[in-house]
Ligand binder design. Sequence first.
Ligand SMILES: NC(=O)c1ccc[n+]([C@@H]2O[C@H](COP(=O)([O-])OP(=O)(O)OC[C@H]3O[C@@H](n4cnc5c(N)ncnc54)[C@H](OP(=O)(O)O)[C@@H]3O)[C@@H](O)[C@H]2O)c1
Length: 233
Amino acid sequence: MANYFIVGASSGIGQAIALQLANGGHSVYGTYNTTEIQSNHPNIIYTKLNVLDDNISYEFLPETLHGIVYCPGSINLRPFERIKPTDFINDYQLQVVGAIKVIQSLLPKLKKSENPSILLFSTVAVQSGLPYHSQVSASKGAIEGLTKALAAEYAPKVRVNCIAPSLTDTPLAASLLSSDQKREINAQRHPLKRIGTAQDIASMATFLLSENASWITGQILHVDGGMSTLKVN
Ligand SMILES: NC(=O)c1ccc[n+]([C@@H]2O[C@H](COP(=O)([O-])OP(=O)(O)OC[C@H]3O[C@@H](n4cnc5c(N)ncnc54)[C@H](OP(=O)(O)O)[C@@H]3O)[C@@H](O)[C@H]2O)c1
């Protein structure tokens, strides 16, 4: 059984990944930031961690890690002209620099295991190009580039992949799904006629982290109800 570190396991997709891995018998070291959470599973241990802090301690982690999942993200949708340069910088700090800091600190633990991997998150908007998505797309585009560069640099030892979801029902997306009408309109925008669930994304995540994905690296997996590739209306 493997040891997995999930940054941002207190909510949404990260929480669903933690549960799926723990139910599979793996040990999960999850973090929360603002949403203090008690573990409801014997295989999950939660620790508080803010990726924006300068000196992050990883003393709570074991010597060997088989996977790192980085979940912190944001969805700030606004017209480009109303977004300040500092908003772009803050997004980049959370989504990109935060991931870089965690990965740099924990590569030695990853390299000690068999078939280790890193999993990052992008968004459907990078592939598709959507209005009002410039802030999130700028950071997530960087995440996709980082995924491919690190996959090349650390092959064959460490696999690095990225999931690019479309709209998924989590606390992060709550304002976009705050009425039945919004939910229905968003569902109909997808060829598969529904929005995603955290479990949809977690299923791909647990596969990518597993031995079954040991020949997959440098990929951006589009788990998006067909949104980025199909035009059916
Ligand atoms: N939901 C969607 O529609 C959607 C679509 C496309 C892409 N994504 C991407 O998928 C990923 C997961 O999204 P989600 O919807 O599951 O988000 P979420 O429900 O907001 O969960 C985010 C997690 O990250 C943690 N976090 C946030 N800021 C942090 C910080 N400064 N330091 C440490 N941890 C921090 C949160 O902790 P606390 O709650 O404890 O503060 C939480 O556990 C994100 O990268 C997001 O951009 C989501």
